[in-house]
Design a protein around this ligand. Structure first.
Ligand code: ADP
Length: 581
């Protein structure tokens, strides 16, 4: 497409229009975003949104251009999680839209507020299926994959369209919203004053949802009856930004707490009540479980079965979504409300005389935790070359302890599962990972989104396979000079680098090029590359990167024989019981 020059206002076309101030779709969308404090967008330019991106940038919106829409979408999704405002992703029509859609569905699944804005082809041609450029009924396709989907056809509806998108994204259970903007809309001209009047500043976009006093009393009655209480903190609790009250509630209850992976750091993993290192014990043996912003999905074995032991548990659940209750097992004390209001109400009703959890239970949990921590400790101190996972993660664990402010992004199979257990997190919303789907490919998008939104340094620890899904975004990281240090655990393959093809000469399905030097990719874009073959080298390289704040990629050479199939979730990967040929 021939690009038009950057315009600040639409040019008048008739004599009558010359007399009044005009605006157009381009300007109205920008004004509507700014009015609502949405001043960062993540996207990929192209038809029909190239000029829109330029104009937005010129108008003071930060527009980060990516190499692939999926990564831009993941950046927007994590921006939503970190800020409680919808992260905005901008894509071109059909293929770009579809690339962004994975991230939108991911945001919805993880309860992160996000708005995917896509340009689209002309409705008249799409609906008659006459073969427009990048023809696709994007609205219909997006609908089942997100929380809400809207299309704006008239410039005067842009304000309302964006207001609806914002409210849908952040109110109640947060999620992804699709906003379809056909190419023609951008150029539609209207009277500037009428345009200004059509914009909507959304008031109280995520209204507090106060839990009923009865529900609070019921929950506390159940909690009081517990001999072996357990509190589970999910990423909903981290999202809620009610950090002080959550900490007070946990401490007042005296109960062991188990953080889900993105709930880590709400209270430090080194807190005396943290039961992370005694996970199977507390799941099995607890009698009352208080869930705060965590669903009883596959990540918690659906609240039943062997992992949860034989005895019947009583579940108390705090969640903003009423339909989450009883989704897998009976919830005896549902607390439907937003976490900030619900935790505050619980704290208030507990008063000053709340009896802490029985010492017999808490000391049994502590004993188990200490045993497990002691068992792990020597493995984390090895200086083997090539490295195993424990040696490499041992040094990263110390680095994160010394830099609790840094944001830790993590994906992979073994790299994810082992890092989650080994690396302690000390502050809320500092661990960002694959989330509810266990999806690969979030790494670079999350790292960029986190660095841009928080201004904090980011340490992204990636399996070599996981990195491959978004690796080209290292150019984006170098272009914007973001303080991101990427460590690739390179063991030459998916899960391991030792697989053998028993049927021919092609590499086995899980194998990559042996001895790859991912650090050289970073150097190609002016970033810093290191090759680390021992824990000592890895430590030096990461510290150098974190001190400098320069975009850095460290190729951490891991023993190809280290790692297990599918990490900790090998049970979900069906394997043939018949004899292999
Ligand atoms: P995890 O994977 O960490 O266990 P989930 O994503 O399964 O966490 O659960 C998060 C839950 O938190 C969702 O059920 C969601 O409805 C809920 N949630 C998100 N934000 C809030 C909030 N502000 N108040 C109450 N519940 C919330």
């Amino acid at each position: 497409m021939a690009e038009t020059a950057v315009k600040t206002k639409a040019e008048p076309t008739t004599a009558a229009e010359e007399e009044r101030e005009l605006t157009d779709g381009f300007n109205l969308i920008i004004d509507a975003l700014k009015l609502n404090g949405l001043t960062t967008m993540y996207g990929v330019p192209g038809i029909p949104i190239t000029d829109f991106g330029r104009m937005a940038q010129a108008a003071g919106i930060r527009v980060l251009s990516f190499r692939h829409e999926q990564s831009a979408g993941y950046a927007a999704a994590i921006a939503g999680f970190l800020t409680q405002k919808p992260g905005v992703c901008l894509t071109v029509s059909a293929p770009g839209f579809l690339n962004g859609l994975t991230a939108l569905a991911h945001a919805t699944t993880n309860c992160f507020p996000m708005i995917l804005i896509s340009g689209s082809s002309e409705r008249e041609i799409v609906d008659l299926q006459q073969g427009d450029y990048e023809e696709m009924d994007q609205l219909a396709i997006a609908k089942p994959l997100c929380k809400a989907a809207f299309r704006v056809l008239h410039a005067q509806d842009i304000g309302i369209g964006l207001a609806r998108a914002i409210r849908a994204a952040v109110s109640g259970r947060p999620g992804g919203v699709y906003l379809d903007l056909p190419a023609k809309l951008f150029g539609q001209v209207m009277d500037a004053e009428a345009g200004r009047n059509s914009l909507v500043k959304v008031i109280d976009a995520a209204p507090a949802q106060i839990p009923a006093p009865d529900a609070i009393k019921r929950a506390l009655d159940v909690l009081k009856s517990a001999k072996k209480p357990l509190i589970i903190l999910g990423k909903g609790a981290a999202y809620a930004q009610a950090d002080d009250d959550i900490r007070k509630l946990v401490e007042k209850s005296g109960a062991p707490f188990l953080p889900m992976s993105m709930g880590k750091g709400l209270l430090p993993d080194t807190h005396p009540q943290c039961a992370g290192a005694a996970r199977s014990t507390v799941l099995k043996e607890s009698d009352v479980v208080l869930l705060i912003g965590a669903r009883l999905n596959w990540l918690l074995s659906h609240g039943k079965g062997k992992a949860w032991g034989e005895g019947r548990k009583k579940f108390i659940q705090i969640d903003i979504e009423p339909r989450e209750m009883d989704s897998n097992v009976e919830i005896v004390a549902p607390v439907v409300g937003d976490i900030a209001s619900s935790v505050a109400a619980l704290l208030d009703a507990m008063g000053s005389k709340w009896a802490a959890a029985p010492a017999e239970w808490t000391s049994a949990v502590n004993k188990k935790r200490e045993e497990n921590v002691a068992k792990m400790a020597p493995r984390l101190m090895n200086n083997n070359s090539p490295m195993d996972y424990h040696g490499a993660l041992g040094v990263l664990r110390t680095i994160v302890k010394e830099r609790p402010d840094a944001i830790f992004v993590n994906e992979g199979a073994n790299t994810l599962d082992l890092a989650r257990g080994i690396i302690d997190i000390y502050q809320p919303r500092k661990r960002l990972d694959v989330g509810t789907w266990g999806v690969m490919g979030i790494g670079m998008g999350y790292a960029i989104g986190a660095a841009v939104e928080t201004g904090k340094p980011v340490l992204a620890v990636e399996g070599d396979s996981a990195f491959g899904f978004s690796g080209m975004e290292i150019e984006t990281i170098c272009r914007y000079q973001l303080p991101i240090c990427i460590v690739i655990f390179n063991n030459d393959g998916v899960y391991r680098g030792t697989d053998v093809n028993t049927g021919g000469d092609d590499p086995a399905v899980t194998m990559f090029v042996k001895g790859s030097r991912y650090d050289k990719m970073m150097e190609a874009f002016g970033g810093v590359g290191f090759n680390a073959t021992s824990p000592d080298e890895l430590k030096r390289a990461v510290n150098t990167a974190m001190d400098s704040g320069k975009p850095t990629l460290i190729n951490a050479v891991i023993d190809p024989a280290a790692g297990s199939e599918s990490g900790r979730i090998g049970n979900l990967n069906p394997q043939s019981k018949l004899k292999k040929k």
